[in-house]
Write a protein that binds this ligand. Sequence first.
Ligand SMILES: C[S@@+](CC[C@H](N)C(=O)[O-])C[C@H]1O[C@@H](n2cnc3c(N)ncnc32)[C@H](O)[C@@H]1O
Length: 199
Amino acid sequence: MSHYFENDLNLKSEIKELSYTYDSSFFTFYSDNGVFSKKAIDYGSKLLLETYLKNDSDRRKVLDVGCGYGFIGIVIAVINNSIVDMIDVNKRAVHLTNRNIKKYKNIEAHSFISDAYENIDTKYDVIITNPPIRVGKNKVLEILEGAFDHLNSEGYLYFVIRKDQGALSIKKILESTRKVELMNKDKGYFIFRIKNDKN
Ligand SMILES: C[S@@+](CC[C@H](N)C(=O)[O-])C[C@H]1O[C@@H](n2cnc3c(N)ncnc32)[C@H](O)[C@@H]1O
């Protein structure tokens, strides 16, 4: 069985369209086989996005790490008028995100392939991620701890992790060097924020 984070070029394409409403803004996203949460927008991603939008809507430059079909980054680009980059290792995810970006006029959003931050050479006000837990804890920690090399001073890392996927143990590891704020929790999903105050 192939996983959503693999690049399986033989996987048959079956494009679906998913919808989402934030306040009075209506969104649709193309989804497909071989990407995360292909049949419905993930509850944890929605909780992360909505918690972020309620707390930090003035941030200009945003990076969505592990963007899937672009749900989090595209909504932020539309609602906050932010400049958004969206990265993923999965080629089909990046392809879908680029198709989804084209649905929205006048947004500054780009998507490209990157394994964690390997193709990132700029800094952001916010890095937001629903990280790829199934790839393993080392990669998740590489994404979370690596964020601070790519955040402007006073920038924020926002992320979601489920309790049964190790939210509290990952929080503990990160807390050994930084203050981790619990911004929201619901249905076993924890939303954390960490400020980059060390640059
Ligand atoms: C939990 S999913 C979240 C997807 C999307 N943000 C959403 O909310 O629907 C994690 C994503 O991370 C991607 N991913 C896996 N390994 C990665 C890596 N090394 N670097 C960047 N992205 C990765 C997966 O392909 C997947 O799209």
